[in-house]
Each structure stands twice: as structure tokens, then as C-alpha cells.
Design a protein around this ligand. Structure first.
Ligand code: PLP
Length: 504
């Protein structure tokens, strides 16, 4: 870092790389048209320097533009935004003063974060005191967890005499997860299961093992943002296919697979996060055929699969596959929704050879999952149906309470009642989600704007994902606060005429 210093005036490297994000050496550069499109979605056209700086900062904190990425040259961005170069110079100055950009003379300007600032993807997990969290679709732990602690104690004492590392997962837990698949209609052997630190690390391991930088990956848009980030981080080029609460346009999906022959497709067929859509059997079958033809790996995320609020949970995706198709499917699952995210227990289900390769990869990531968590999980798994018998009706009640409350206080908002999952995918009718999320925090509600779930930048600004994991009274209070936020008026940043609202 010795040669890196903050300079006030920039001598930008001119590049012929405007238009799209491109990589130069190890540094990614944001394309000027790409950044201009993302910023003006927030600020409106021709932003002033303060609005421009605020827009870049908001994109950075939201994770929509990555850290340590070179910003476009001033002149190019000015052209793309149709503003003066002085506007961009002043905006970059402001970003540097705030610690959101670093420059090295002659080499350009990079995105960064000031000390103490965390991106929304990190900070959003812990809402400040007094703030109701409607950002995370994560239920609290079931009562059974306390009993599992009691039961797990003596067993842990036995493990304490061993080294405690199980890179493939605790054998008894692998067997218990395999047994659950078998009971759900998909015969599974313990060797086909790798225990991971939640489904997130499962997704990350799989995309890193199967994908190479530059490979194409088909993903849904909107989709689970942390998984999208994992795909992006592995260097894969994303091709989004749309999904709505009505489901998938499977013809388009087939066509996209045929045209792009992607290395992998990451999909959430069961109570898709955030739309709640459930893929039909016919669509699953067509997807399987298409993926087989193009030799695409299907990475199927079943984290939500057992959160069926009306009727039985869908059968595991792989159970529909013919032998030749099953080998190209990797499934991930988790106890985070059925039980508790704090457990950090997830898994991969795949062929045993792939499971061993994933275990080799995970060694240099986290060595092995926590043995304490695994013993707890192993204790909880046999009683899963009892946990769900209590949990699912409760969630149904909470879903209906959220819907009632929205109808009463925000009647212009629209949604479809999902048959599973943990959230409503609400249509606000206008692209205000980002501004609403910012303003709602001051009114005591933490939100994730729809754009956070977008695989293609600048979309879903008219959507909010609203989880129904809280008690009805808390949800009702949150909705009242949202209505009050809108009544108070949202800050308008359009055109950069208004001073942006910089928060620490
Ligand atoms: C679709 C999906 N995949 C993965 C995850 C991450 O789950 P875990 O807590 O098991 O890492 C989530 C959590 O919300 C999710 O909704």
C-alpha cells in the first residue's frame, strides 16, 4: 500500500474500455456506460456532482458495484452521463474525501470503503437497536434447539478426545442428511453428501470447482443475492433469465441454454427467493432435457424446499432426472430455514467423486465445518418433521398477517400470496425501493430493495422483498412505519438538485 495515496486531482489513464466492465491485469474496470446506467437509475439523468458521488457511494454500499474496482476515466464518464468533466472530477474528489475512492497518480481511481463502513450486504444482517428487520428472510431458532443442546452435550464430550476435523462432514450427520433425502423419495448414500457451512458456502464451493473465470453461468433474475455474488466472484459471466411470482418462462430458459451453452445454471426451483415461485414438474423435466443437451451443470438450490406453506414439500429436483441427467446435477440444501441460520449447517448432494473434489477444495477455505454445529444438527434432524409441524402453520399465519397489514396501510402495493418460502415479493408500482429503504431506516425499518436481488444492474427498483418471519404485532408495526415513511415523503435526488443525504 506504500505507493497508494489519496490524491485530489486525478491524472486518469485513458482507456478504450468504455461501455462494459472489462478486466485489465488483475484490476477490473467499470465501464463508463455501465456505471452511468446504474447511477442514473438512482439519481435521474445529468446528475450534479454531489448526486453523482452519492449514487456511486450507494451502489458501492449496496454491493452493486464491487470494491477495488477501477472507476471509469473522468472524461469517459462525463460523456456517458452527458455532464461536464468538472462534475465528475468534483464527484470523484468527494468520494475520495469520504474514503469511498482511492487514487494513484497516473493509474486511475478505485472504489474503496472508509474505515468503519461496511457494505449493506454485511451491515444489513444486524439491524440497529429499535429497528425492525425486514431485510432478512431468516426465522429465529425453534424451541427444539434448547433440547438439542442438552442432548448434544454428552456426545460432544466423546468427540472432545478426537481432533474434531471432518472435511467431508461428521459421518453421522452425512448419514442423517442422506436419510432425509431417501425419505423424501430420493435414495441417497452418505458418500453423496458434503456438509458445508450453510448453503452459501455450498454454492460458493460448487461454482468455484465447476466454473472457470470467463465461463458463462445462467442465473435467475431476481435471485438470492449472496449466491449471485459467489457466481460473480468466481469470475463467471452471468446470463440472467427472468423469473416472476408466476414462475419461469421455460421456453426462454431452454433457448438461453441452447444459445449460450453455459457451464452451469444456478436455479432455485422451490419457493424461489425472492419471488416465491414454484417450478412445475413439466418445467423441471424440460429444464433437465435442455441442460443435458448443452452439457450444462445444474446447481439446484433447495434451501427453501421444505418451507411449503400449502400442501406437501416438492420432491427433490433430482428425483425427476434420468440416470444420464442426474450426473450433471448438484443440489445444495440447508438447515437455515427449517431450523436456524445460526447453526451454519448446509450441504451439497452430488456424485461421491464430486463430493470428494469439493472436500479437497474446502480444505483451503474453512478446513471443515464446526463439529459443535454438526452434533447439534445431527441431534435435530430426526425430529425435523415435528419442527416443521409447528413452524409451517406459524409462518402461514405470519404471511397472512403481513398481507392483511399491507392491504390496510399500503393498499396500492401489489403481491401474489406465495405457497411457500419466507417472504412476499411486493410490487410498489413505481421505482422507489432504494429511496424507500434509505428513508425507512430513519423510521425504524431495515429493508432490502428489490435491486439487491437483480442479476442485471438497475432492475427491480419497484420491488421489495418483505419477509414474514416476525410475530404479527411486530410485522404490523413495521408496516405502519413504512406507511409513515411514505407519508413523510421520500428524498428526491433526481437531477442532483437536492443535497444528498450522507449517512455515516
Ligand atoms: C436460496 C438461498 N440459498 C442460500 C441461502 C443461504 O443459506 P445458509 O444460511 O444456509 O448459508 C439462502 C438464505 O437465505 C437462500 O435463501
Amino acid at each position: 500500500m506504500a505507493e497508494m495515496r489519496v490524491v485530489r486531482s486525478l491524472d486518469t489513464t485513458s482507456s478504450a474500455m468504455s461501455g462494459t466492465g472489462v478486466a485489465t491485469g488483475n484490476t477490473r474496470t467499470l465501464g463508463s456506460r455501465q456505471l452511468a446506467g446504474q447511477v442514473t437509475a438512482i439519481t435521474g439523468p445529468h446528475p450534479g456532482y454531489r448526486a453523482l458521488a452519492q449514487g456511486v457511494r450507494a451502489l458501492l454500499l449496496d454491493g452493486r458495484i464491487p470494491l477495488h474496482t477501477r472507476l471509469p476515466a473522468e472524461r469517459e464518464l462525463a460523456t456517458a452521463l452527458e455532464v461536464s468533466r468538472a462534475t465528475v472530477t468534483a464527484a470523484y474528489d468527494l468520494l475520495r474525501e469520504g474514503g469511498y475512492a482511492l487514487s494513484r497518480r497516473g493509474a486511475g481511481t478505485w472504489t474503496g470503503l472508509p474505515e468503519g463502513a461496511a457494505p449493506a450486504s454485511v451491515a444489513g444482517y444486524q439491524a440497529p437497536d429499535g429497528v425492525i428487520d425486514l431485510a432478512m428472510a431468516a426465522p429465529s431458532a425453534p424451541a427444539e434447539l434448547a433440547a438439542a443442546f442438552e442432548l448434544a452435550g454428552p456426545e460432544l464430550a466423546c468427540h472432545a478426545t478426537t481432533n474434531g476435523y471432518h472435511p467431508l462432514g461428521l459421518p453421522e450427520l452425512r448419514a442423517a442428511v442422506a436419510e432425509r433425502y431417501t425419505r423424501r423419495g430420493l435414495p441417497t448414500l452418505p458418500e453423496q453428501i458434503l456438509i458445508t457451512t450453510g448453503a452459501q458456502s455450498a454454492v460458493s464451493l460448487v461454482v468455484n470447482l465447476l466454473g472457470r473465470p470467463g465461463d458463462r453461468a445462467v442465473v435467475e433474475s431476481p435471485s438470492y443475492p449472496n449466491a449471485l455474488d459467489a457466481v460473480r466472484h468466481a469470475g463467471l459471466r452471468i446470463t440472467p433469465v427472468p423469473v416472476t411470482e408466476d414462475g419461469w418462462d421455460v421456453e426462454l430458459l431452454e433457448c438461453t441454454l441452447r444459445q449460450t451453452a453455459p457451464r452451469l445454471a444456478y436455479l432455485i426451483p422451490d419457493f424461489q427467493n425472492p419471488t416465491g415461485a414454484l417450478m412445475s414438474t413439466e418445467q423441471r423435466t424440460r429444464l433437465l432435457r435442455a441442460a443435458r443437451t448443452t452439457g450444462t451443470w445444474l446447481l439446484i438450490d433447495e434451501t427453501m424446499a421444505e418451507m411449503a406453506l400449502e400442501g406437501p414439500a416438492p420432491a427433490p429436483f433430482v428425483s425427476l432426472a434420468h440416470p444420464g441427467e442426474a450426473e450433471q446435477i448438484v443440489t445444495v440444501g440447508s438447515l437455515s430455514k427449517t431450523h436456524w441460520g445460526g447453526l451454519r449447517i448446509g450441504w451439497v448432494r452430488a456424485g461421491s467423486r464430486l463430493v470428494n473434489e469439493l472436500a479437497a477444495l474446502r480444505i483451503h477455505v474453512d478446513l471443515a465445518p464446526s463439529l459443535v454445529d454438526q452434533v447439534l444438527a445431527k441431534t435435530l434432524l430426526p425430529g425435523m418433521d415435528d419442527v416443521l409441524r409447528t413452524r409451517l402453520p406459524l409462518l402461514r399465519e405470519r404471511r397472512d398477517a403481513l398481507a392483511d397489514s399491507l392491504s390496510r396501510h399500503l393498499p396500492e402495493w401489489r403481491w401474489q400470496t406465495p405457497v411457500g418460502g419466507l417472504s412476499l415479493w411486493v410490487d410498489l408500482g413505481r421505482p422507489i425501493a432504494g429511496a424507500l429503504a434509505q428513508a425507512a431506516l430513519a423510521h425504524g425499518v431495515n429493508l432490502q430493495p428489490g435491486s439487491r436481488f437483480a442479476a442485471d444492474a438497475g432492475t427491480h427498483e419497484h420491488r421489495l422483498r418483505l419477509p414474514f418471519v416476525h410475530e404479527p404485532e411486530r410485522t404490523q408495526e413495521a408496516v405502519r412505519r413504512l406507511a409513515a415513511t411514505l407519508d413523510a415523503g421520500l428524498p428526491a435526488v433526481t437531477g442532483g438538485q437536492n443535497r444528498p443525504h450522507w449517512v455515516a
